[in-house]
Design a protein around this ligand. Sequence first.
Ligand code: AHR
Length: 378
Amino acid sequence: MKKKVLTALLCTTMLGSMLMGCGGDNSGSEGSKPDASSAAESVGKENTDEDKTDDSGVITVGFSQVGAESDWRTANSESMKDTFSEANGYELIFDDAQQKQENQITAIRNFIQQEVDYILLAPVTETGWDTVLQEAKDADIPVIIVDRMVNVSDDSLFTTWIGTDSLLEGRKASEWLNAYAEANGIAANELNIVNIQGTIGSTAQIGRSKGLEEGVEKYGWNLLEQQTGEFTQAKGQEVMESMLKQHDNINVVYCENDNEAFGAIDAIEAAGKKVGGDVKNGEIMVISFDTTNAGLTDTLAGKITCDVECNPLHGPRAEELIKKLEAGETVEKLNYVDEEVFTYDDSVKSVTAKNSLDEEADYAVTQITQEILDKRAY
Ligand code: AHR
């Protein structure tokens, strides 16, 4: 597909949102690459100069992925690779940035040089994208932002975005905690919370931390400490170990993804304490995000009391946007994915929260079952 022809067909609305339902499951894993220059892998058709200029119908997509820091990220990479396959008519150039923005900028410049038809970017942090996205715009290459958001001075620097509402996720967790405390006779000032944050400056961290901070302000909980666990299990464990040494009264740990929660649980258990929702009897409650299979397994076991969904299966959603653009159709600028909340017990049935667009709604809270868990493939 020739990108010049394609660009003439582009038509996007500047504002608005649409909900994209959860896609099908997939699973698998990929390892991180040794350095930025070797991190790009071509999945699908061989990337030759001929392919970029012919009319074979093959669509070339360059995807700059954050890294492989979590189970969620692995599922996300697999979803993109499965979708943008040779069999589906794509050549995918996949680049693992190993959680470094400079690697992502290099990857995007390489995609521009290779004259890809589309650039997909899962940005590690929100800021710092103006220059390179301007370069992509100057080269007439549409950019689709996936998962986290970019904070740019001119939103025409990207064509469309598909991802999660991280602020809404954080608010759901806070509203759930308040309702849980009320249902279980726990006073607000009895809650002593530590927050293991995600990668600082990423949308997922900004939204989830803000959701918690709003809850602290609104309900009067004690927020003892906030520190990044960089969305990894190892760092989550390290940070929890240090927090347990610092504070002897922690009864809630708010982890910003499942992998941090796994590390925190290991640290709590190694310290001879019990994880669980019975904070009145000395348990430390773990709140998490993602709802991976391993996260929901811990939820079913009562080790995680509340897990808020962040769905990683963006491949089919990104493809739907590309298909619309190819057909000259209008796409929404912001495409939020509809997500759920899963809990160990059934003391809270629903929460009311505002999303990033300031719309308030009720969200169901579902007690996890083996049947639900069995369907979670990633
Ligand atoms: O941006 C999505 C977050 O990034 C997921 O919650 C986390 O697991 C991943 O690393």
